[in-house]
Design a protein around this ligand. Structure first.
Ligand code: ASC
Length: 150
């Protein structure tokens, strides 16, 4: 019995540190830094596929798939860091005042990522290019509405 409780405790601890939805931030500033860092990584992994989509670099099915696998992990990270009272950083107040619209923008991105993943698995360059463009549009429209202008 004792061993079983120990195992549950370990499993619980792993879930606590590894589940993004469990992420906790002591200060609003910490949350803003976290989502900024996650967005920067998403931008890097998304942006490195741009030359391929623009036909400036060769299409390599496996490389694209590997990159999209990383992106699929990163794509879940920023959203838990926009909780109540976590205003600031590059976020516009609309993230909180229009939380429904912000949620829809997240969903558009996630749907786009699902389609991009499926397209990249086919190995069809044009399918990849079109799906890549759609995700890019979702990034841009969300930034236009919810990110502070630089
Ligand atoms: C990126 C990045 C964005 C989007 C956007 C797409 O690589 O950092 O914000 O793509 O430019 O339109």
């Amino acid at each position: 019995m004792k061993k079983k409780i120990g195992l549950f405790a370990v499993a619980g601890l792993i879930a606590l540190v590894s589940t993004p939805s469990m992420a906790q931030f002591a200060k609003a500033e910490d949350a803003a830094k976290y989502r900024g860092a996650a967005m920067a990584l998403i931008g890097s992994h998304f942006g490195r596929m741009a030359p391929v989509a623009k036909k400036e670099a060769p299409y390599d099915k496996q490389k694209i798939q590997e990159n999209i696998a990383v992106l699929n992990v990163l794509a879940d990270l920023p959203w838990t860091a926009y909780g109540p009272g976590k205003e600031g950083g590059e976020s516009r107040p609309e993230v909180w005042s229009d939380s429904e619209g912000f949620k829809q923008a997240q969903d558009k991105f996630k749907t786009g990522m699902t389609k991009l993943t499926a397209a990249s698995d086919t190995g069809d360059f044009d399918a990849f290019r079109v799906a890549f463009g759609e995700v890019g549009k979702s990034c841009k429209s969300c930034h236009d509405s919810y990110r502070k202008k630089k």
